[in-house]
Write a new protein. Structure first.
Length: 683
């Protein structure tokens, strides 16, 4: 017996009937259904979710696919014709959705080779879509750059992707000290290919694990999700460079281009450029004149400077303090030989930024600026030069000035994993935009697939954080578990997982216990320490909150760290409740100073806390009103009304209306984002 009530059955039957009436209309979506049923979009979303556990767009797609099944049984039309009859603008996307729901393709159904069991079909569908996830390791991820702007396929068959990975070159010289030179050849081949927008080029960190491997070409290509691999080996003998290189079609495991080079060292740049152009030609990649100009640009005319530069790369990419300091010394030697070596200037600036990015006291700010300016002076179109300048503006918290430099860096190097990573970080908290944060987190997965387990774990961590920040708690849980599968020792994953679970059910006690367990494993974890204090603060358990906040504040000051300044107002409130007025005043003054320098889109919400602490209710509500007009913000800001500092604001007549507007805007934006991702098969 069905457990559906008559009301529920009537509502769903009416919705399904309307969808069927508009079946061939590809543009008939959630908004159109809500309008036809004389309901608000938000009410429709809530009602469908409550009664089916599906989103509205998933429900509409379910109806379309159900009708497609009936047409395949009864109609002699082709799969392509049926896909358009049921409102799919792309046959390839229709086939993908059909296979995901029913477990086989519509072509197999049309041929009568499948026995359909209706009850089983429904069970499989619910299992498939109960936990919708982003297929980050599938080839669909390559189109993330256009997904968020609702671009539809213009062709019926999937496009063959021009994806490529450059494997570490082998040093054929008996002299192991030549390894850095051979690595440099690989690095240059990679860098030149990364400048071609028509290619998807896997990052350096992704391929490093294959330096010493017994895996064959098909297996490596499958792990990296690429169609082509570049293999090379080389050596330097005196003034002679020998290089063997080939481009391999991963599907057939056969070379489609290869060449043996024997050149003078003086010709190394021409050799590198020739390799990039011939690889692009072999796979018919489109290379624009601007990209060709970038590829043909010599980094330096001084070979000794270039040699020092190549020596610096391995310690530079280690990202350890010792490695960065060693790299800086070698980059400086390169500059001594060539005072116009833009790449060396840029990498010094980046190294200095990385050395002190978490330190409260900044001693390298002017050096970062000076080296970045020189890098831009000598090469204004270098991605590295632009990222270096962006780091300076991030260091000085001039975020709006940093953004154009990061955008330009990605324009000149569309496959720059560093630029993508920084843009994800940027839209996470510097100038928050949940849509763009998720976009760049997904692109980061695209460029760093199947790297070493530690790097892959952190890539999934970033994606998981982007998902939960956009309100996709189920999907976030999936990827944080994958992060832990890759590296169970991931420093941050259990911390994030605790809050993802909190986003799902709001269980504050369990969240706090999970964090306490993690903190006991390492009591130097200041990130967890302040969160434990904050959870006690939310429950107004000020004694317990104070014991953890006190440890956090003392450790932060002792280590001179510039972290969690935005939390000082909550800590001040706890100190004030404990009667520590002097200490509370200092923390609040620090927070006020932080607000004055805040250039982020969260300045208004920070001022809500500031005015609430001061008892200025009208001013706090007005700032909340300003914040409600923000287009993109993190999920966590929906929970602001649960905080003790905000409680007095609830008596203001406008408070509830403003908070409801904030919530409605967030979920409407999330539904649009979800719909766009689902159309492309990413959710």
């Amino acid at each position: 017996m069905s457990d559906e009530s008559p009301i529920r059955s009537t509502f769903l039957a009416q919705a399904e009937a309307i969808i069927v009436e508009n079946l061939a209309n590809e543009q008939f979506g959630v908004s159109e259904l809500a309008k036809t049923m004389h309901m608000s979009r938000s009410n429709l979303l809530r009602k469908i979710k409550k009664q089916t556990q599906l989103s509205a767009s998933q429900f509409i797609r379910q109806v379309r696919l159900k009708e497609a099944m009936e047409l395949l049984k009864e109609d002699s039309s082709t799969v392509s014709e049926i896909s358009y009859k049921v409102g799919f603008g792309s046959t390839s996307y229709f086939i993908k959705c059909f296979r995901e729901q029913y477990g086989y393709s519509p072509g197999e159904m049309g041929k009568g080779t499948v026995m359909v069991e209706p009850e089983k079909v429904q069970t499989n569908f619910l299992k498939q879509y109960r936990w919708p996830l982003i297929a980050a390791t599938s080839l669909a991820v390559i189109i993330i750059g256009i997904v968020l702007f609702n671009k539809k396929d213009a062709i019926n068959e999937p496009k063959i992707e021009k994806s490529i990975a450059v494997l570490p070159f082998k040093n054929e010289s008996s002299d192991s000290t030549n390894l850095y030179f051979v690595n440099g050849l690989m690095e240059s081949a990679l860098n030149n290919l990364q400048k071609i927008e028509d290619l998807r080029v896997i990052s350096r960190t992704s391929v490093e694990k294959y330096r010493k491997t017994d895996k064959g070409i098909p297996e490596i290509a499958e792990e990296l999700h690429v169609n082509y691999l570049v293999e090379g080996s080389g050596q330097r003998i005196g003034n002679q460079v020998l290089l063997n290189i080939q481009l391999i079609d991963a599907l057939t495991d056969t070379p489609i281009w290869g060449e043996q080079y024997s050149r003078e060292v003086e010709d190394i740049f021409e050799l590198q450029n020739d390799v990039a152009k011939k690889i692009a030609d072999a796979i018919e990649a489109i290379v624009t004149p601007a990209e060709l100009e970038q590829i043909e640009k010599k980094p330096t005319n001084n070979l000794l400077a270039y040699d020092y530069y190549l020596q610096a790369l391995d310690p530079y990419y280690s990202r350890t303090n010792e490695g960065l300091e060693e790299a800086i010394a070698l980059f400086e030697k390169a500059i001594d030989q060539d005072p116009e070596f833009a790449l060396a200037y840029a990498n010094i600036a980046i190294s200095y930024y990385l050395l002190e990015m978490s330190q409260l006291e900044k001693q390298y700010t002017e050096k970062i600026n000076s080296f970045a300016d020189k890098a831009l002076l000598y090469d204004s179109k270098s991605a590295e030069s632009l990222v270096a300048k962006a780091f300076y503006y991030i260091q000085t918290k001039e975020y709006k000035l940093a953004l154009p430099h990061l955008d330009k860096a990605l324009e000149y190097n569309p496959n720059s994993s560093l630029a993508v990573q920084m843009l994800a970080e940027f839209y996470s908290h510097m100038l928050p935009n949940t849509n763009k944060y998720l976009e760049y987190a997904l692109k980061g997965v695209q460029l760093t697939v199947a790297s070493d387990s530690i790097t892959q774990s952190y890539t999934y961590l970033q994606l998981s954080n982007a998902l939960v920040s956009s309100g996709f708690a189920d999907e976030a849980l999936k990827y944080i578990n994958k992060s832990l599968d890759y590296n169970s020792e991931n420093y941050f994953a259990p911390h994030l997982k605790a809050f993802i679970l909190f986003a799902k059910d709001g269980n504050i006690k369990r969240t706090r216990n999970l964090l306490l367990n993690e903190w006991k494993k390492d009591t130097t974890r200041l990130d967890i320490l302040q969160d434990i204090g904050k959870l006690y603060y939310i429950e107004e358990n000020y004694d317990s909150a104070y014991s953890y906040f006190k440890k956090f504040v003392e450790a932060r000051e002792a280590n001179g760290l510039d972290i969690y300044q935005q939390e000082n107002v909550k800590i001040a409130q706890v100190y004030k409740e404990m009667g520590l007025d002097k200490e509370a005043e200092k923390l609040f003054n620090d927070f006020s100073e932080y607000c004055e320098g805040d250039q982020s889109t969260y300045k208004s919400v920070n001022l809500v806390w500031k005015y609430a602490y001061e008892g200025k209710i009208n001013e706090a509500v007005e700032e909340l009103r300003i914040f409600s007009k923000t287009e993109n913000y993190l999920y966590w800001f929906l929970l602001i009304e649960d905080e003790p500092l905000i409680q007095p604001l609830k008596n203001h007549p406008d408070f509830q209306g403003i908070m409801q507007n904030i919530k409605d805007k967030f979920w409407e934006n999330q539904e649009k984002l979800k719909s766009n991702l689902e159309k492309e098969g990413l959710l």
